[in-house]
Design a protein around this ligand. Structure first.
Ligand SMILES: [Zn+2]
Length: 259
C-alpha cells in the first residue's frame, strides 16, 4: 500500500485464555505429546477517523457453557481502551468459527463484513451440519447472522476488497472456505491480520496449517498470497498465538499494541 494512504494502529485484545492443547492442534500432525498455550483474541484497528473491530469473540452464554478459561466479555476488555463495542460501526468477521463469530450480538450497531463464500457455507450449506463442521460453529450466533441477510448491517464480500482507504480484505481460504485476512496500512508498512490462516507466528514462518483444514492446497496458496502482500513477516499476525499478549507493549490489562 502506498504512503498517501492513512495509517492505522493495531491492538490485540485478549478475551480468553490461556487454553492448553496439544501442539498438534495448532501445528498439524506435529508434537502430539507436547502442550501449547494459546489465547482467544479480537483486534482493534484504530485510525484518526475510524475504529474497526476484527472478529466478534465469543458470546458470554456460550463461553460459560463451554467453560472457556480466562474468558472476559470482549466488550469489557474493549472498554479498557475507551472503545464502546456496542457503538462500533464496522466489524470484519474473518471466518465463522465460534471463537470468532458467536459474540456477534454484542456489536449492536455494527455492519459486518463477511466473505460471501463463508456465509453461504455456514448458513446455507447442509454440509455445515456434518459433525466436523458443527463442532466449530455456534447455532445461536449463526442464526443472528442469518437474520441480518438483506439488511444494511451485513456486507457479503466477494474476494479482495478495499473497505476503507488503507484497509483491504483479502480472501485467504484453507482453514475455512471463505476466511478473509485484513491488510492494514501502518507506520511500518502493510500489516496483515491473518487470523487462523496461522494459529501461531510459527505457522506462517514454516507454512504449516493447524489441524482444522477445509482445503489444504488453497491454504498453501493463501500463505503465498499473504506473504507477498505483507511488508515483513513480523507484520503478519496469527489468530491465537500467546506471544501477541506477552511480546508486545501492553496498553491495558489484556490489550497490547501490535503496530
Ligand atoms: Zn480461531
Amino acid at each position: 500500500m502506498s504512503s498517501h494512504l492513512p495509517t492505522y494502529e493495531i491492538y490485540a485484545v485478549k478475551y480468553a485464555g490461556p487454553l492448553v492443547s496439544s501442539v498438534a492442534m495448532a501445528f498439524w500432525n506435529t508434537d502430539w505429546d507436547q502442550e501449547i498455550e494459546r489465547n482467544y483474541y479480537i483486534w482493534v484497528v484504530k485510525g484518526k477517523d475510524e475504529t474497526l473491530i476484527v472478529d466478534c469473540g465469543m458470546a458470554p452464554a456460550l463461553a460459560g457453557e463451554a467453560q472457556i478459561s480466562g474468558y472476559v466479555n470482549p466488550l469489557e476488555v474493549l472498554a479498557r481502551i475507551g472503545v464502546n463495542g456496542s457503538k462500533v460501526k464496522r466489524v470484519v468477521a474473518t471466518h465463522l468459527h465460534f471463537d470468532h463469530i458467536s459474540g456477534i450480538e454484542l456489536f449492536r450497531e455494527a455492519t459486518f463484513y463477511i466473505q460471501e463464500t463463508e456465509f453461504d457455507f455456514w448458513v446455507k450449506d447442509p454440509l455445515a451440519k456434518k459433525p466436523p463442521f458443527l463442532k466449530l460453529t455456534d447455532p445461536v450466533g449463526n442464526n443472528y447472522l442469518a437474520a441480518l441477510e438483506g439488511t444494511e448491517r451485513l456486507i457479503l464480500v466477494r474476494g479482495d476488497q478495499e473497505i476503507l482507504p488503507g484497509i483491504e480484505l483479502l480472501l485467504a481460504p484453507g482453514h475455512t472456505s471463505g476466511l478473509q485476512a485484513v491488510a492494514v496500512n501502518t507506520a511500518k508498512g502493510t500489516a496483515i491480520l491473518g487470523s487462523d490462516c496461522g494459529h501461531l507466528f510459527r505457522n506462517y514462518e514454516e507454512e504449516m496449517p493447524s489441524c482444522f483444514i477445509t482445503d489444504l492446497p488453497a491454504w498453501m496458496r493463501s500463505y503465498d498470497k499473504l506473504k507477498s502482500k505483507v511488508s515483513s513477516l513480523s507484520l503478519l499476525f496469527p489468530g491465537h498465538d500467546a506471544k501477541m499478549a506477552t511480546q508486545f507493549p501492553s496498553v491495558a490489562e489484556g490489550i497490547t499494541r501490535l503496530v
